[in-house]
Write a protein that binds this ligand. Structure first.
Ligand SMILES: Cc1cc2nc3c(=O)[nH]c(=O)nc-3n(C[C@H](O)[C@H](O)[C@H](O)COP(=O)(O)OP(=O)(O)OC[C@H]3O[C@@H](n4cnc5c(N)ncnc54)[C@H](O)[C@@H]3O)c2cc1C
Length: 472
């Protein structure tokens, strides 16, 4: 990137808010995937107007701009694969309003989700979405990926809580979409279009969120099963039973082994799967539902079924669940994590298919995740130094996706397509649907400067910008 351009960007955001040193830029080259690419510049804007001016420059000089929150994304969305500017939104980190009458919060995108949840809870309210990364991801990243998490079974995902947005379009205009009211149908639903748009349609600079009342009581249970199949079958039966769990998570034997010592209970070594179940609501109702869930799990063959007796025990259970992803690296140094979703009735078939896939490909494929909404995190473990394992990963992912599509599932429930799944987009969307989505992208971003190389499979004709950074 030419020095004159860097100086212009420094004049917009202030020289202290631009990183040019190679070692500094490397720290913004990657996210939570194994992809990386050195950005030419890292910029920390302090206002929507600054972002607007940078995007106008990007259109004039044709450099990519890649929005970034905390870089915890799991599909490579914040990786500047075509170089250019990484626009880090962490300075925009103010909670502008928590309104206990309107039941809304107005926030900037760089607010860390855990801080937002805590601030809302202080006011006696609740912002439900709870991805396992809540303590370090940003709300802007959540909106851009439509993050989910454990309580989606009862409460839904980020999409269900975003009422309105302020967005800087790739061409520099600042628009408002949506409302601060609970309903609103004026014009096309642009808010929803930005939900899960992975930083390809604009930079989100303000978010109006719907809040709900804080549930007065919560109970957490853990149910151990001696076969994975029995646990998977129990999931669909619990969901059909009317017991209405708030969260219904599961871990297989390998996953359980990685976090066993963090659990507040002794889980017998023969356990092949653990279900973690939460119920929320009014205290008496919660007590009855928790007892019914425990009895139901025993009927399904779970042994033992344990109930957290204190808030600390429950916290320990959920903490163990939240670290399962990094804990799997105890088993093998590398992993590819997919977040496929299948219809609820197909969970046992998916699990059986994974066991078969693991045997045939000679790779360990532990799984865990949000069983209550069919969103299973499938982890393909390998050692990069062993060519037999490393070479088997790609075909294993492809076979997994074919199986998911055969079961009428979807390739991603919450992590998005980004870079890692772009080559597989055509396994789910028809050519006509992809062409329409590309035309939409072009309407928003005619010069293709906004997070290029994401979502759509790479095609020579797509890349309307070719930069010297391409050879980095
Ligand atoms: C240990 C671990 C556990 C996780 N658990 C879950 C889970 O349970 N559920 C779940 O859904 N996800 C989970 N994730 C994935 C990740 O945390 C989420 O996708 C999160 O929403 C990403 O937020 P971020 O701030 O890190 O975004 P980043 O990774 O920085 O960016 C993600 C995408 O959003 C875009 N973006 C970021 N900010 C903006 C903005 N202001 N405007 C426009 N585009 C923007 C980026 O360009 C990129 O495409 C987990 C990740 C890890 C590492």
């Amino acid at each position: 990137m030419k020095n004159a351009l860097i100086q212009q960007i420094k004049a917009i955001v202030g020289p202290d808010h631009v990183l040019t040193a190679t070692e500094d830029r490397w720290t913004y080259a990657f996210d939570a995937t194994d992809r990386e690419r050195l950005p030419e510049l890292v910029v920390f804007p302090g206002a929507a107007e600054e972002i607007s001016r940078i995007l106008v420059l990007a259109n004039e000089h044709l450099f990519p701009v890649v929005p970034r929150g905390a870089g915890t994304g799991r599909s490579g969305g914040a990786v500047p694969i075509k170089g250019g500017v990484v626009l880090v939104l962490t300075r925009l980190n103010r909670i502008l309003e928590i309104n206990t009458k309107d039941l809304v919060a107005v926030v900037e995108p760089g607010v860390v989700l855990g801080k937002l949840k805590a601030a809302v809870a202080k006011q006696g309210l609740y912002y439900p979405p709870d991805p396992a990364s809540a303590e370090f991801c940003t709300i802007g990243g959540n909106v851009a990926e439509c993050a989910g998490g454990a309580v989606a079974v009862q409460y839904g995902v980020t999409r269900d809580y975003v009422l309105g947005l302020e967005v800087v379009l790739p061409t520099g205009e600042i628009i408002e979409a949506g409302t601060r009211t609970m309903k609103g149908v004026v014009g096309y639903d642009l808010t929803r279009l930005f939900l899960g748009s992975e930083g390809t349609l604009g930079v989100i600079t303000r978010i109006i969120l719907r809040l709900v009342a804080k549930p007065p009581a919560r109970q957490t249970l853990a149910a151990a099963f001696t076969t994975l199949k029995a646990a998977a079958e129990a999931v669909s039966r619990i969901l059909a039973s009317g017991l209405a769990p708030t969260a219904l998570e599961f871990m297989d034997r390998v996953t359980l082994g990685c976090v066993r010592e963090m659990l507040p209970f002794k889980i017998p070594p023969q356990a092949a799967a653990l279900l973690l179940i939460a119920v929320e609501g009014h205290p008496r109702d919660v007590e009855e539902r928790a007892a019914a869930v425990a009895a139901f799990c025993r009927e399904q063959g779970a042994d033992p079924v344990l109930r957290a007796k204190t808030a600390a025990e429950a916290d320990d259970l959920w903490k163990a669940r939240k670290v399962v992803s990094p804990a799997l690296l105890k088993v093998k140094p590398h992993k590819v994590s997919e977040d496929v979703v299948v219809p609820l009735g197909a969970i046992p078939d998916l699990i059986a298919g994974l066991e078969d896939l693991s045997k045939r490909r000679g790779l360990l494929i532990p799984c865990y995740g949000h069983a209550g909404d069919g969103n299973i995190h499938v982890n393909i473990l390998y050692d990069q130094r062993l060519p037999g394992e490393a070479n088997a990963v790609g075909p294993t992912v492809e076979e997994l996706f074919h199986e998911v599509r055969r079961l009428q599932g979807t390739l991603s429930g919450e992590h998005g397509i980004g870079l890692t799944k772009a080559p597989y987009l055509g396994m789910e969307l028809s050519p006509a649907a992809i062409a329409l989505q590309k035309r939409l992208k072009q309407v928003f971003d005619p010069r293709g400067i906004m997070n290029p190389g994401k979502i759509f499979p790479p095609e020579a004709g797509d890349l309307r910008i070719t930069l010297k950074s391409e050879s980095n």
